[in-house]
Design a protein around this ligand. Structure first.
Ligand SMILES: [Zn+2]
Ligand SMILES: [Zn+2]
Length: 85
């Protein structure tokens, strides 16, 4: 079973802003942003929205990183990992 550690609160985003170097905060999954525009979108279509065909198959979760200092936003690919209890 693959899970996104960020979505499940097991890990914090640990990326630095490309603009100013401050640490970035997790702004959530990118599909949640685009989802606002199309509330009835099917799951398959939602996966295409993030620009990564079959992103669920490649076990990657696309998040939006928001810089804590300058509010720069960036798409960040999170590799989903196998979950061991
Ligand atoms: Zn995620
Ligand atoms: Zn920044």
């Amino acid at each position: 079973m693959y899970i996104c550690y960020l979505c499940n609160g097991l890990e914090k985003m640990s990326y630095d802003c490309a603009v100013c170097g401050a640490h970035m905060l997790d702004g959530g999954k990118i599909v949640d942003y685009y989802g606002d525009y199309s509330p009835y979108m099917e799951i398959e279509d939602a996966q295409l929205v993030d620009g990564v065909p079959n992103s669920s198959e490649s076990h990657q979760c696309v998040h939006v990183g928001v810089c804590s200092a300058c509010n720069h936003m960036e798409e960040i690919m999170i590799n989903e990992e196998t979950f061991h209890q």
